[in-house]
Unconditional design. Structure first.
Length: 268
């Protein structure tokens, strides 16, 4: 694990990765609630908000749009991803190399999914090893999307499972690990303990109302998380810039959800 206090992923020790890899992972359905979000230019514009410390996206979107935003957005290149059309045991195709991400795309960090518990876990961990070691050569941080899943896993948000996911990130050499929310502040505290000193990020998940999401962010930060990696809870909103104002107060300034909502009226 590399120290990340001064890395491009952070702002004042906190991390807010805005995820935009959903077009591969979930397909067009994620853009239907807010059709404008299907336009990468719109999402890159949202990512210029100072609360966002980096934007995670795939190679094709980065190639087409990042050159226009490289002065205002820090790019986290998502190296692997598989469509929701895939019906096999969880796996993730490698779509971009570390070399290409850094040298051609201008990425300041890279991201990689590992599905612990999948029948493909061994292969995915070996692929992560190669990416992690190459990232060390280039001096860029590595974020692991650590999502245990597979035919033998019944509950991927159980405290013990999420703790294991965080520990995998630490043991395999991630600088930061993104995990599912385990349901409570006490459970999140134990997840963070298993990963210490590596920062843990909460996965944003499906869009919820403003108050519920901000309260959850406050909970995970109080539990010791380094921040969050969130997509739909930002760019599916009609007011993403205004909502980021509130999220900035909670994540970076220590405000409560109630205090932040005095600036941004709640929306369903």
């Amino acid at each position: 694990m590399r120290p990340i206090d001064d890395a491009p992923l952070t702002r004042d020790g906190k991390i807010l990765v805005m995820a935009y890899d959903h077009g591969i992972e979930h397909g067009p359905v994620d853009f239907e609630p807010q059709p404008e979000s299907a336009d990468p230019e719109h999402v890159f514009d949202v990512a210029t908000h100072p609360a966002v410390t980096s934007l995670a996206t795939g190679k094709g979107v980065a190639e087409a749009f990042y050159p226009s935003y490289e002065d205002d957005v820090s790019l986290l290149s998502k190296l692997n991803g598989t469509s929701n059309l895939w019906m096999g045991e969880p796996d993730s195709a490698i779509n971009c190399s570390v070399e290409y991400a850094v040298e051609e795309l201008g990425a300041a960090a890279v991201g990689f999914t590992v599905y612990g518990g999948s029948n493909n876990e061994v292969e995915m961990c070996e692929e992560f090893r190669d990416a992690q070691e190459k990232a060390r050569e280039y001096g860029v941080p590595v974020v692991m999307w650590s999502y245990p899943r597979g035919q033998g896993l019944k509950n991927d948000t159980k405290e013990g499972v999420v703790s294991y996911a965080a520990r995998l990130g630490l043991e395999l050499g991630a600088d930061v690990t993104k995990v599912k929310y385990p349901g409570s502040e006490s459970a999140m505290e134990r997840v963070c303990e298993m990963a210490a000193p590596m920062p843990v990020l909460m996965s944003g998940g499906s869009k919820t109302d403003d108050r519920a999401f901000l309260e959850q962010v406050r909970t995970v930060v109080d539990a010791g998380a380094g921040g969050l990696a969130v997509g739909r809870n930002i760019w599916q909103r009609e007011n993403p810039h205004e909502f980021l104002d509130a999220l900035e107060q909670v994540l970076h300034e220590g405000a409560t959800a109630e205090e932040a909502l005095r600036t941004v009226p709640p929306r369903a």
